[in-house]
Design a binder for this molecule. Structure first.
Ligand SMILES: N[C@@H](CCC(=O)N[C@@H](CS)C(=O)NCC(=O)O)C(=O)O
Length: 216
C-alpha cells in the first residue's frame, strides 16, 4: 500500500480531501500548511507544490514519490484506488455527474466565486475598488448557492441516494458561506439538511476536530 502525506490548511478546500482520508480509514499523514501564516509560500512547500496551493497529496511507493495537486484529481484518485469505500459512484453516468459537480464547484464557485469575496486583491490591485469586487462576488456566490439549493431539493445526498465525497466538498462551501456572512441555515434549507447529515458522520467530525474549525 502506498504511503500518503496530505498537505492541507484548516478550513481550506483541502478539508474535502481530509474527510476523504478519514472516510477511507487508510493510513496517511496530514500535514498542516497554514495559509493565513504564509506557510504555503515557503521554499519547502513550493518544492512540493510550486503553485503554492493546498491540497497537495504526496504518494510514496517504494522509492518513488509523486505529487498530486488539484482537489478533484485527488478525490478521483482516492475514489478509484479504494473503490469499495464508494467515495464516488462507479457507473459512468453517475461518475460524470460527480465530475460535473467538482468542475463547477472548483471553477465557478471557488475560483470565480468565493475567492472574489475573500481575496479581492487577486482580482484588482486598486484597494478602493476591492469592495465593489467583493459586493459583486457575493452576489455571484448567492446565485451559486441558489443553484445548489435547487439541485439538492428532494435529494438525500448530492448524488441522489448515496453519500459521496461531493457532499463533503459541498461542506467546504457551506462553511465559507457562513464565513462571508450569508444566512446559510435560513436561506438554503435543503443544503443545510444535507450538510447536517454530512456533519453527523464520524469521519467528518474527526476531520473537522483535527482542523480545529467551526462550520457555523
Ligand atoms: N484549483 C485548486 C485550488 C486550490 C486552492 O486555491 N486552494 C486554496 C485554499 S482553499 C489555496 O491554497 N490558497 C492559497 C493561496 O491562494 O495563496 C484545487 O481545486 O485544488
Amino acid at each position: 500500500m502506498p504511503q500518503y502525506r496530505l498537505y492541507h490548511s484548516p478550513g481550506a478546500c483541502s478539508l474535502a480531501a481530509h474527510i476523504a482520508f478519514e472516510e477511507l480509514g487508510v493510513a496517511y499523514a496530514p500535514i498542516r500548511v497554514i495559509i493565513a501564516e504564509g506557510q504555503n509560500q515557503t521554499t519547502e512547500y513550493l518544492a512540493i507544490n510550486p503553485r503554492g496551493r493546498v491540497p497537495a497529496l504526496v504518494i510514496c511507493e517504494g522509492n518513488t514519490e509523486q505529487v498530486l495537486t488539484e482537489l478533484s484529481a485527488i478525490l478521483i484518485y482516492l475514489a478509484q484506488t479504494y473503490p469499495s469505500a464508494s467515495l464516488l459512484p462507479l457507473d459512468t453516468l453517475s461518475f460524470v455527474r460527480a465530475v460535473e459537480w467538482m468542475s463547477w464547484l472548483g471553477s465557478t464557485m471557488h475560483a470565480g466565486g468565493v475567492r472574489t469575496v475573500l481575496r479581492p486583491d487577486r482580482f484588482i490591485s486598486d484597494s478602493a475598488a476591492a469592495e465593489a469586487v467583493k459586493t459583486r462576488g457575493t452576489e455571484n456566490v448567492r446565485i451559486g448557492f441558489a443553484d445548489i439549493e435547487s439541485r439538492l431539493h428532494g435529494h438525500t445526498w448530492a448524488l441522489d441516494d448515496c453519500y459521496s465525497i461531493i457532499d463533503a466538498y459541498l461542506l467546504v462551501f457551506f462553511r465559507w458561506g457562513n464565513r462571508i456572512g450569508l444566512p446559510m441555515r435560513t436561506d438554503y434549507p435543503h443544503y443545510t439538511r444535507i450538510m447536517d447529515a454530512v456533519r453527523a458522520r464520524p469521519a467528518v467530525q474527526r476531520a473537522i476536530a483535527h482542523e480545529g474549525i467551526q462550520i457555523e
